[in-house]
Design a protein around this ligand. Structure first.
Ligand SMILES: Cc1cc2nc3c(=O)[nH]c(=O)nc-3n(C[C@H](O)[C@H](O)[C@H](O)COP(=O)(O)OP(=O)(O)OC[C@H]3O[C@@H](n4cnc5c(N)ncnc54)[C@H](O)[C@@H]3O)c2cc1C
Length: 377
């Protein structure tokens, strides 16, 4: 799948915020209507909740499929969306939408990673209309909320990635987390050549290592457990409770931890000068709360004929849309996407009567569909 570089949004094109099932199906519908579109998602892959929360689970209520694995549904929707040739920007989070005097919108995004590190790589693009298909919010790395955290981030404290540094020698690395990502980072460190390897690796997980979910996970678990037996990594059940910051927070020497099997409130010091936190992702609504769209309890009110918000030209579909009788189901998102795409024609083809055309019999659509290419891997 291609991950298109961020470019300037073309005049006359639409932005879809969210590459979940609703956003992907919307791209297909926009393609049928000849409306060019870009899709932006804060996650590193398409699929929204289907990718992030239950990728390997079968779904039984998608019309036409007795059952389909969530991740396969996302992949099929992406293939179907190719009729629109959408540009796709992953790992980017939309942080602001502003109405432009020319009738469209100036939309600002930042890379999801920069958002976690408080770095600034904001980019603003123009779009004629905006479709919010943002589900339960922008998935972002769960960060530690402890005193001193901010001054350590990007230098001694990292989230879900192994920092690119020339050597781990003289480093005492603490990995916090018991899931697949934490294991994968542990294995990368264990595989460092002797000359570059950290002096010590600790892995701290509240409830210990989680059971494997797939074969790859199983292999990682096995490697880490073998390394633990050989004394190359120490595994603890517990949580980080603070940082020891001598030298006015310029340098990290040790981390305060609380171990599960020790009395409550008993803390101990663990020598660490590099901490990698892998606590997974959680959805964040913050950016959208400030877009003046009347969001309440994580949803934005829309009308059920057009799925347009109270701001003309901003449409909301999928789990984030709210209207009487709304059900947070994938099929409902498909219906909402279809009607929103038709409604948006008012902005792309003002004054033009848009006729309903069937994909089975419209020569224009059949020609278009026959050209719909598989996405590049
Ligand atoms: C465990 C579980 C099982 C489920 N099973 C079923 C089922 O069997 N059948 C069914 O119909 N439904 C099921 N659902 C519900 C279904 O997954 C949701 O209804 C569906 O995913 C909603 O799709 P969406 O496209 O609206 O949003 P999402 O799938 O949530 O996708 C939204 C995307 O928008 C991105 N995003 C949000 N904000 C921003 C931003 N500011 N910038 C960039 N990107 C952003 C997010 O990262 C996300 O990827 C299940 C849900 C869960 C949690």
């Amino acid at each position: 799948m291609s991950n298109m570089p961020a470019g300037s949004g073309a005049r006359g094109s639409a932005l879809i915020i969210g590459a979940g099932p609703s956003g992907l199906y919307l791209a297909f519908q926009l393609g049928l209507l000849d409306i060019p579109c870009s899709i932006v998602d804060s996650l590193p892959a398409i699929g929204g909740q289907c990718y992030e929360l239950y990728a390997d689970k079968p779904i039984f209520d998608i019309p036409g499929f007795e059952s389909i694995k969530a991740i396969d549904l996302a992949e099929r929707l992406w293939i179907q969306a190719q009729i629109a040739k959408p540009s796709l920007q992953l790992n980017r989070t939309i942080i602001q939408i502003k109405a432009d005097t020319s009738g469209g919108f100036l939309v600002t995004s930042r890379s999801t990673q920069a958002l976690s590190a408080d770095a600034d790589d904001a980019e603003t693009q123009y779009f004629q209309a905006v479709f919010i298909a943002a589900g339960v919010g922008a998935f972002a790395t769960k960060r530690l909320r402890l005193e001193g955290t901010q001054s350590l981030e990007g230098r001694y404290l990292f989230y879900s990635v192994l920092p690119t540094i020339p050597t781990f020698k003289a480093k005492q690395v603490l990995i916090s987390g018991g899931g697949k990502r934490a294991l994968s980072i542990a294995v990368q460190l264990l595989q460092c050549p002797q000359a570059l390897a950290p002096d010590r690796i600790d892995l701290l997980a509240r409830n210990g290592l989680r059971p494997a979910l797939d074969q790859q996970h199983e292999a990682l678990l096995d490697s880490v457990q073998q390394a633990a037996k050989a004394g190359r990594i120490r595994i603890h059940k517990g949580v980080i409770t603070g940082f020891e910051l001598p030298d006015q927070a310029i340098k990290l020497d040790a981390v305060r931890i609380s171990l599960r099997d020790e009395p409550r409130n008993a803390e101990r010091s663990l020598q660490s000068n590099l901490v990698i936190v892998c606590h997974g992702l959680s959805p964040r609504l913050e950016p959208m709360l400030h877009w003046d769209l009347g969001m309440t309890r994580g949803q934005i009110p829309v009308d059920t004929a057009r799925f347009e918000s109270r701001v003309p030209g901003v449409f909301v579909i999928g789990d984030m849309a709210s209207y009487p009788g709304k059900k947070k189901l994938i099929t409902c998102g498909f219906h909402e996407a279809t009607l929103a795409a038709y409604a948006a024609c008012d902005y792309f083809f003002p004054g033009k009567k848009i006729l309903l055309q069937y994909t089975t019999s419209s020569p224009r659509l059949l020609e278009k569909l026959s050209r719909g290419a598989r996405p590049t891997e």
